[in-house]
Design a protein around this ligand. Structure first.
Ligand SMILES: N[C@@H](CCC(=O)N[C@@H](CS)C(=O)NCC(=O)O)C(=O)O
Length: 212
């Protein structure tokens, strides 16, 4: 019988696939990962997979062919306990998802290019946004309070990226530091982090000006 596990394609690094990997682990969903280790390897596949918008990460599950990291994350989250149930919770998740993307890409773009306007944004604007995020997370276990949601898997990965950039980056943000530590203690996550399958790094393209 053909292998019926979905295929998740991405680079051999954490990047945009890592929240999906954490979510799959948490939900106990098994996939085959195709981890590309070189540009040529990906180029050979890129236009031959039947993807409408060829990119990584991608998900292929029978006839389902999906790209866009957040679409893939939501696909796996939908109809599970990590998908918000009320209109209020959906709105909060939507807002946080967008805020988090700005915070994540403030770091990624700066590290990829090392260029001045991005550095200025990273040094002046990002700390304000992280300050708001820290205040938002005070006295909360997860983004929605006590219940974990799919957006938490994005938040954790961003905090991991920032502490890889600078180990003490979160020292000024106690709610976020505590959040990162607590997330790592979730049994399924702790088990995954200790496994051979887990990628410790790199977080982004190793050719970046500021590799993390
Ligand atoms: N908006 C897309 C961005 C995907 C993206 O930028 N992928 C990068 C790695 S993070 C890549 O190397 N894409 C391969 C390509 O463009 O051929 C998403 O969120 O999935």
């Amino acid at each position: 019988m053909a292998n019926s596990k979905p295929t998740l394609g991405y680079w051999q690094l954490r990047g945009l696939a890592q929240p999906i990997r954490f979510l799959l682990t948490y939900l106990g969903v098994e996939v085959n990962e195709k981890r590309y280790s070189g540009f040529d390897q990906w180029q050979a596949d890129k236009l031959n997979l039947g993807l409408a918008f060829p990119n990584v990460p991608y998900l292929i599950d029978g006839d389902l062919k999906l790209t866009e990291s957040r679409a893939i994350l939501r696909h796996f989250a939908r109809d599970t306990a990590v998908y918000p149930k009320t209109a209020d919770a959906i709105r909060t998740c939507d807002m946080l998802e967008n805020v988090l993307w700005d915070i994540w890409f403030g770091l990624i773009r700066y590290c990829n290019s090392g260029l001045e306007p991005l550095k200025e944004y990273f040094e002046n604007e990002i700390p304000k946004k992280i300050g708001y995020l820290n205040a938002f997370m005070e006295n909360k276990k997860f983004i929605l309070g006590n219940e974990i949601s799919y957006v938490d898997f994005i938040l954790y990965e961003i905090l991991y990226h920032y502490t890889t950039y600078k180990a003490e980056y979160l020292d000024k943000y106690p709610a976020l530091s505590q959040y990162k530590k607590s997330f790592e203690e979730i049994p399924a996550i702790a088990k995954y982090i200790a496994s051979d399958d887990y990628i410790k790094g790199p977080c982004i393209n190793p050719m970046a000006k500021i590799p993390i």
